[in-house]
Each structure stands twice: as C-alpha cells, then as structure tokens.
Design a protein around this ligand. Structure first.
Ligand code: NAD
Ligand code: UDP
Ligand code: UDP
Length: 339
C-alpha cells in the first residue's frame, strides 16, 4: 500500500512492554509504522508484547533509559517509568533517575535526530490539588520530600527538561499529563485501585478501601488515552502542551468499589485500610485544551470500560491464582515473576 509506505515512520517507544506502551505499540503498528520498543522490564513484561514476536516491523531492545541510547528514529514516545505507587516507591532513587536521567538521554537523542519527542507526564504533577478540576495552568501542590515525591518531582523535573530543551535547542516537544488510566494488560499486582478491586472481587476477597473512600479519581479507558497520545504527537508544530489527557467523569473510590461489586458479585465485603500519606483527595482533568487543540474527547464510560478490563483479569486469573493477589498498602511489595 503506497499510501502507508509513504507515511511510514520509525518510532521509538520507551516503556513499551508496560501497560500503556504495549497498547500504543499495537496502535502504531496497525497504522503501518515501524516500532522499536525499549524497556528494562522493571514493571513491564514480555507477555504484553509476545504477540508481536514475529512482527516484521517490531523490534524489542532490553535497555535502561538511564543510560545513553543510540538508535535512528523519526519520533520518540517516552513512557519509561514505573507508574503505580507501589512500584515507584519500591526503589524511589531509581524512579527519580528514570524520570530525570531517562528524560535527559531521550531528549539528547531527539536533539541529535531533530525529531519530535512526547513525554508521558502525569496528573501527579498537580499533587494534592487545591484547584478542581485541574487545568494545565495550575502549578500544583506537591510535597517535595514525601513518599510520592520520587515520582511527582521526577516527572515535574522531566517536564522542566522538556521545556528547556524546547526553548534552548528548539526541540519539537509534546507533553501529555495523563490521568488515571485502566484497561486490559494492567498488572494484577501493581496495587492500582481498578486492578486491585477487580482481582479482589474475582478471588472472593474483601475489597480494600483506603481511608473512607470519599477521595475521587477520574478513570480513562486505555483506548481513549492512546488516541489522545497519538493525536498529540500529530498536533500542530507549535503546540507543545502540557495537555491533560484523561476522562473528566469523576467517581469516589467507594462508587468505584460499588460498580466493581455490581459486575462481579462477591459476599466478601469491604475492609478499610489507612489512607496512604499524601494521597490526593480529588482528581479530575479539565480537558478543554485537548478538546480544542487535538479535537480529542474520551468516548468510553467507566461502565463500558470495566467490562473488557474484567474479562482480561478473568482470563489470567484461573491458571495463576497464587500470583495474582493484589498488593495493598498494608502488605509488602510483591508481584508475579513475569519475565
Ligand atoms: P507500566 O509500569 O506498566 O509501564 C512502564 C514501563 O516502563 C514498564 O514496562 C517498565 O518496565 C518500563 N521502565 C521502567 N523504568 C525503566 C527504565 N529505567 N528503562 C527502561 N524502561 C523502564 O506503567 P504504565 O501505566 O504503562 O505507564 C506508562 C507511562 O505513563 C509512565 O511514564 C507513567 O508515569 C505514565 N502515566 C501512566 C498513568 C496510568 O494511569 N497508567 C497515569 C499517569 C502517567
Ligand atoms: N544521548 C543519547 N543518544 C543520542 C544523543 C545523546 O543517549 O543519540 C544522551 C547523551 O549521553 C547525553 C544526553 O543524551 O548524556 C544529553 O545529550 P545532550 O546532547 O543534550 O547533552 P551533552 O551530550 O552535550 O551533555
Ligand atoms: N485505593 C484504594 N484501595 C486500593 C488501591 C487504591 O482505596 O486497593 C485508593 C488510593 O488510596 C487512591 C485511589 O484509590 O485514593 C487511586 O489509587 P491508585 O493507586 O490507583 O492511583 P493514584 O493514587 O496514583 O491516583
């Protein structure tokens, strides 16, 4: 197909063996591009990309982005970084290094190649916000020395680096602030709320609500998120972001628990656990900028998106039950050996 060939790009996805990265790669390959996936498999797994093993336009390299990387590509998506609180707090120094050294190396690569580079930033740059919903011009309320800081401040510093490379070297950057995203391929033991609740309900264990469950989050289905990232990469030359990508429908954690229990009936009930330190009280993106600049709007409601997500966990729950017990803030960090 000459049309595809003319528009084919060679694209680097760091963190490509992770939850979001692997969906992004599927979407880029389906559009006819070549993809190089770079990942150190810290939280990602080969299982997420094993269906691409023999794909002629796909290549996997095991590499830590804290070290320089020399490849020839047309575009870079920088997703490498553990994303769930349990994972990023497991080795906080490495988390900051990944965000900061990783950003420097990927920006250095983009600078040499003069190519577009997109950063997977996060709603965590807003911290525990006093402004609700969060707009991109809100500077945030982040504790610089708490247990979440390795991630929050690491991602804030990465944004600083992106904008300094843009101003100092004229680099074409795109910064996405991603809000809580869920869907198939989330790791069952990464401690995030959607995966925890589903796995607990499937295993007939009590749902663990931290605090009183009145804190809120806004959950974006993975397909919508990926469309947003691709739209941002393709956006007009001068548009850098930062731009919020997320679903603005806001739910309390208790409402989420009720929805999951409505879809997976369980008699195990709910147990309350302490609210983790610095846990944001509210989170909801203002997505007017994404609507205006990217003509992007999420299309999948939480009720719709939970169904394929539950199917994913049902599919992997049976053969490996023992591996799947979700991590909670009351227990130690553990997750299945998946490499
Ligand atoms: P994930 O943990 O599934 O994926 C991250 C990937 O990065 C993993 O495959 C991991 O092995 C890899 N990685 C970690 N450190 C690395 C390093 N030093 N070198 C190379 N690879 C490394 O998480 P995810 O949910 O897919 O998140 C992807 C990106 O999106 C992250 O940057 C995260 O901060 C951002 N994000 C995600 C969410 C969300 O809700 N999923 C929200 C906000 C931001
Ligand atoms: N870098 C890389 N791949 C490249 C070019 C650079 O990994 O193709 C790394 C390089 O190791 C450097 C970092 O990116 O440490 C930042 O590069 P930059 O050119 O901005 O800085 P400098 O090399 O001048 O310190
Ligand atoms: N949470 C919960 N039970 C769990 C896991 C998380 O009540 O088993 C809460 C957590 O305290 C937070 C919200 O759900 O208020 C979202 O947590 P998650 O770790 O998914 O993401 P983040 O805090 O980074 O938004």
């Amino acid at each position: 197909m000459p049309h595809l060939y003319e528009s084919r790009k060679r694209i680097l996805v760091t963190g490509g063996a992770g939850f979001l990265g692997s969906h992004l790669i599927d979407r880029l390959l389906a559009a006819g591009h070549e993809v190089i996936c770079v990942d150190n498999l810290f939280t990602g797994t080969k299982r997420n990309i094993e269906h691409l093993h023999d794909h002629p336009r796909f290549e996997f390299t095991r590499h830590d982005v804290c070290f320089p990387l020399y490849v020839e590509v047309d575009e870079i998506y920088n997703l490498a970084c553990p994303a769930s609180p349990i994972h990023y707090q497991h080795d906080p120094v490495q988390t900051t290094k990944t965000s900061v050294h990783g950003a420097i190396n990927m920006l250095g690569l983009a600078k040499r190649l003069r190519c577009r580079i997109l950063q997977a930033s996060t709603s965590e740059v807003y911290g525990d916000p006093e402004v609700h919903p969060q707009r991109e011009d809100y500077w945030g309320r982040v504790n610089p020395i708490g247990p979440r800081s390795c991630y929050d401040e690491g991602k804030r510093c990465a944004e600083t680096l992106f904008f300094d490379y843009h101003r100092q070297h004229g680099l074409p950057i795109k910064v996405a602030r991603i809000f809580n995203t869920y869907g198939p391929r989330m790791h069952p033991a990464d401690g995030r709320v959607v995966s925890n609740f589903i796995v607990q309900a499937l295993q007939g264990e009590p749902i663990t609500i931290y605090g009183d469950g009145s804190q809120t989050r806004s959950f974006c289905y993975v397909d919508d998120l990926i469309e947003g990232l691709i739209g941002l990469m393709a956006s007009a030359d001068g548009f850098t972001g930062p731009v919020n990508i997320g679903n603005p429908d806001e739910f309390t954690i208790k409402e989420l628990a009720d929805k999951v229990v409505g879809l997976i009936p369980t008699n195990a009930g709910i147990v309350r656990k302490p609210l983790p330190q610095d846990d944001p009280r509210h989170r909801r993106p203002d997505i007017s900028l994404a609507r205006e600049k990217l003509e992007w709007n999420p299309t999948v409601s939480l009720d719709e998106g939970l169904i394929p997500t539950i199917e994913h966990f049902r599919g992997i729950a049976a053969p490996q039950r023992g591996d799947l017990r979700p991590s909670t803030n009351g227990g130690s960090t553990r997750w299945a050996n998946r490499h």
